[in-house]
Design a protein. Structure first.
Length: 440
């Protein structure tokens, strides 16, 4: 790989794309600086008209002509170019032409009037300094060409000055030209190195921001936003109690038999399709996915938002999961079904451990919801009496009666069938719950 700092004889990057980026960057950075410095130099130069009138009245008319008739229009044109969109076009050739044209006008006037030659030479020096922002944009070789052109014009046009003055002026121009070329090269190299460093820093900042966004996205895929914020703020222990949360457990019936016949890649692909579909439902219904264990899926409602009826959202989730799995069963050509259990009650939620942490929920409500799933018939959505009381006015149920639940004893449970229509004289769904449109 070539050195990115490698310069040609003209002092430019050998990498054309890098050179173009530098020019664009330089144009944007230099526009304001050029405007300020050129305007200030112009004001100072024109203000010396008072000095001409008071100190050297004999050359006042000629001096004012140079200042206001010659220099002022050039300065105005320059300021217009600096502030316009054409600044980027003012490259090496235009800069060289501009400087030579200005110097020709001044030196020509100086040659016409030896009586005020000293003053006009000084005026030229001020103009030369004023043109500095443009001269500084020349590369070392062009800087030497510019100096040679100015020296030639001076020697041709100023034929009336004394020999010592011509030698002195020529020596000054040559010395400053050579020094300017050396400085131009060093300044160019320093500026280009700074440009590369800034470019590298900018790229590193963009990479850092992209990595931060990726880390943030990964964290939010694992934890709820409020919990992620607390964890980033160095919370030592994250645990919250909730009085009423609806918990759903689901298990795919027939998946174990299917897994014995499929290659691992195909098995994982199918399970990923199913669970990704369930994840989409969770997002649409504003629920919280808790975890998956094998082919079991767990989610909950009411943990972080009170803007909706979490019991109804979980009921919608269960019905949609059942529809989705029937669609996947047809797509896979496999006899798949699902068992779902729902219970509503108090839970404790939080994050524990130091590594591979997840947001989890604990309590008797979780155990009961799990028992509802494990004791349900394939294809059924079994709910406890507490969930039934919250949903009976908006959903149709089939009483299952009292069944013996391990660790709980006899419990009255119900099978969720579907949503009731408002024409049956029952209360419609709560207005606070507006489920997003789900695929049929």
């Amino acid at each position: 790989m070539s050195d990115p700092l490698a310069l040609s004889l003209l002092g430019t990057f050998k990498d054309a794309e890098l050179e173009a980026q530098l020019k664009q960057d330089r144009t944007e950075r230099m526009r304001r600086w050029l405007t300020a410095t050129f305007a200030a130099a112009t004001v100072v130069f024109l203000a010396y008209g008072l000095h001409d009138a008071l100190v050297v009245p004999s050359i006042r008319s000629e001096a004012w002509f140079v200042r206001y008739a010659v220099f002022a229009p050039i300065a105005c044109l320059t300021l217009v170019l600096v502030r316009s969109k054409y600044l980027a076009l003012l490259g090496q050739a235009l800069g060289l032409f501009y400087g030579c044209a200005a110097c020709f006008v001044v030196l020509y006037i100086a040659g016409l009037s030896p009586r005020s030659a000293f003053y006009l030479y000084a005026s030229y020096a001020v103009i030369f300094v004023t043109l500095g922002p443009f001269v500084a944009r020349l590369n070392p070789l062009t800087q030497l060409v510019y100096t040679g052109a100015v020296l030639t014009m001076y020697l041709v046009l100023d034929t009336r000055s004394a020999g010592i003055i011509r030698v002195s002026m020529s020596s000054t121009l040559v010395s400053l030209g050579l020094l300017g070329a050396v400085l131009a090269y060093q300044l160019e190299k320093s500026e280009r190195l700074a440009f590369l460093q800034q470019r590298l820093i900018s790229q590193q900042m963009r990479d850092l921001e992209a990595e931060r966004a990726r880390s943030e996205e990964l964290l939010l895929n694992v934890l709820p936003p409020s919990i992620a914020d607390r964890l980033k703020n160095d919370a030592q222990l994250i645990a919250d109690g909730f009085e009423r949360v609806s918990v759903l457990f689901a298990d795919i019936v027939g998946f174990t038999k299917m897994s014995a016949r499929l290659a691992p890649e195909e098995l994982v692909r199918r399970l990923n399709l199913v669970f990704s579909s369930f994840d989409d439902l969770v997002d649409k219904l504003k629920l919280e996915k808790i975890k998956t264990i094998g082919d079991a899926y767990m989610c909950a409602g009411g943990l972080h938002s009170l803007e909706y009826d979490h019991a109804q959202a979980v009921a919608e989730m269960a019905l949609a999961m059942k529809r989705r799995l029937h669609e996947f069963s047809a797509d896979f050509g496999e006899p798949l079904d699902i068992r779902i259990g729902i219970h509503t009650g108090p839970v404790v939620a939080g994050v524990i451990g130091k590594k591979k942490f997840i947001y989890d929920v604990w309590g008797d409500t979780v155990n009961t919801a799990s028992r509802m799933e494990s004791h349900a018939e394939p294809g059924a959505i079994q709910v406890t009496e507490s969930s039934y009381e919250l949903l009976k006015d908006t959903y149709e149920f089939e009483p299952r009666g009292s069944i013996e639940i391990k660790g709980k004893g006899a419990m009255r449970t119900f099978y969720l069938i579907g949503r009731l229509s408002t024409t049956e004289g029952r209360k419609p769904m709560a207005k606070t719950f507006v489920p997003r449109k789900l695929p049929v």
